[in-house]
Design a protein around this ligand. Structure first.
Ligand code: HEC
Length: 124
């Protein structure tokens, strides 16, 4: 009986251990991104998606600096979804800097683009 109890306790501890390992539940399995990226995470996505060949955070390159994009949208509550659709569809958005290819010609997923757009919208 005591052996059984000890075993049960161990089993319960093990179960708790896997639950409270500091990561949000399902974070690894779903591959979901956190709602708001850090600057480093945003730059990693930007490299992955080939955005960095035309964009920087604080200065212009072929396209506008992302900080000036964030400043232009200000605290518009629809900024993030609008920026996201611009990135997905490409085109011109009034910067007079030329034409942006859809998704920058890269292969970021919709949720990665959403996360980046949300980050850019906070830059003001
Ligand atoms: C080949 C160059 C190029 C690449 C690659 C590129 N962009 Fe752009 N991007 C541009 C240009 C040019 C503009 C400005 C268009 C204009 O003049 O209105 C722009 C504009 C933007 C804007 C401003 C949108 C707005 O609503 O004002 C955002 C945000 C943006 N790009 C994000 C991205 C992201 C994210 C990626 C990577 C997935 C990316 N871009 C890849 C050239 C590029």
């Amino acid at each position: 009986m005591s052996r059984f109890l000890a075993f049960s306790l161990l089993a319960i501890l093990a179960a708790c251990g896997s639950k409270f390992d500091g990561k949000p539940p399902g974070a690894e399995k779903s591959g979901k991104l956190p709602a708001v990226l850090t600057r480093d995470e945003a730059m990693k996505l930007a490299s992955l998606g080939n955005c960095v060949s035309c964009h920087k955070m604080d200065d212009r390159l072929a396209g506008p600096g992302w900080r000036e994009v964030g400043v232009r949208y200000g605290s518009d509550s629809k900024a993030a979804p609008l920026i996201s659709s611009h990135i997905r569809e490409g085109g011109t958005f009034g910067w007079n800097m030329g034409y942006m290819p859809a998704r920058g010609g890269g292969a970021l997923t919709d949720s990665q683009i959403d996360a980046l757009a949300q980050y850019i919208a906070t830059l003001h």
